[in-house]
Write a protein that binds this ligand. Sequence first.
Ligand code: SME
Length: 160
Amino acid sequence: MAEDLKITATNKQEKYLELIPQIKALMEVESDMTANMANICAALKYGMNFFWVGFYLVKDNQLVLGPFQGPVACTRIHKGKGVCGASWERGEVIIVEDVDRFPGHIACSSLSKSEIVLPIYNSKKEIIGVLDVDSDEYACFDKTDEKYLSEILDLFVKNP
Ligand code: SME
């Protein structure tokens, strides 16, 4: 495998366009779900320079912390709680420009200012977890992130 990811772009969309084929290549040679989640976290954290990137996985009707990159985080989130639990309950992508203005936001780090959470569906259309990405800047995430992070999750679910 490549020794490291190569990102030369400065613009967000171009960074994703450089990163996605490299993530795809990593997942084509590995079928283990945990290994692939771990590499997605590292690729997004260091390729996109996000503050925190991680997976929460549905276990016993809670979201339980899975592979992540960034500061230590809360380990369990109930359905409907925080941005992650809300995304799970609604089955929707949630983009939060200012975490302090999202009722019930769970602050794992006071440095986190904005956030995007995407539900992850399996082939039976059940939600198996969420991908949570945090930034230390306000309003970091928009439809561009939603589009490319969804593409990355599609790659991942095709290689579960
Ligand atoms: N902020 C999330 C909790 C997870 S941490 O950001 C890592 C939430 O409100 O669900």
